[in-house]
Design a protein around this ligand. Sequence first.
Ligand code: ADP
Length: 371
Amino acid sequence: MSKVELSGVWKIYDKNVEAVRDVNLAIDSGEFVVLVGPSGCGKSTTLRMIAGLETVSRGQISIGDRVVNDVAPKDRNIAMVFQNYALYPHMTVEKNIAFALKIAGMPKDEIAKRVARTSSILGLDALLKRKPGALSGGQRQRVALGRAIARDPAVYLFDEPLSNLDAKLRVSMRSELKALHQRLGTTTVYVTHDQEEAMTLGSRLVVMAESEVQQIGTPLEVYQHPVNRFVAGFVGSPTMNFIPGRIESGLFRAKAGSFQLPVPASALAGEQATGEIVLGFRPQAVVAGESSPGAFEAKVELTEPLGDQVDLRLDIGAGETIGARMPMTSIPSAGQTMRVAIKPEDVMLFEPGEFGRRLGAPKPASKIKAG
Ligand code: ADP
């Protein structure tokens, strides 16, 4: 187990493509940290720099107490698991797991011990003599994990390891990975574009967008206290509602239509909101209620039952719609009108723009430029 530290790390490709900008991240020994963000935001490049598969353009990466910028991947004491797990098709499961150990010159009896331990951890005993062609997708991915575990590295690096599996298998492998981490306690850095996977697996999330870290925090911190509109919209499902408008005399008025809402003091977080502002609230914050203060009329456009809950699309006037998630009981059908309210404690306010800061969140330091 080792800590991993990135300080002021940049990756600049040819033609000045800034794939990763000034990443600062301290991962404690034994942590499970997930780099999450939309495609192209720089998460794989960050992971590949930790692995040593990409050079670092600026800044420093250390694993344990050693700066590894110039250390070859094989000498970093890491094991990486990719989306394309590329098992050797002509080798049995046992040989696949043993291969890297053999190449590293490990004695035969030690290899046998490691393979046996790995196999028992992952429940592969019955499959050891099979070749990859005779395994299911999930079993193959488990063998790929086995190859990493057998090496007993200081750090695991995962790059979208579950993306090739079908939805059901992905969820069960996710649980296996989490249980495995709880058992082995090895420092893990995991890359995914899937916010749900990130939330369920990570002890901390590093939310990235446009080559930069937007926020680092526990899943709950990131969900409850997003630093900006991007993070608020990216994390959580269904996605947060955003309504642009202005605040006048304590009342939020939507830019389009007639929607208005008394602004809860908690949303202002002690700040002044002058000029354009964006109101944000999660679909789960919308409640059906006649008597709640600030309740308003909405027309049900669409209902999507989920079992115990239902997702609604509500028309709140002048073409403005919001998403709501409510308990399944007594929901009107499409076309009907209902009175709803927004839980005041769940209302957030954002400065305008895709990366508009949430009121109450720290003000970002001025941007550092490369060069
Ligand atoms: P993610 O893993 O978040 O999808 P990547 O780290 O793969 O994103 O890529 C980040 C950015 O760097 C993207 O804009 C991508 O096009 C660019 N990029 C990745 N690899 C290279 C490369 N070898 N040369 C030039 N640009 C690259």
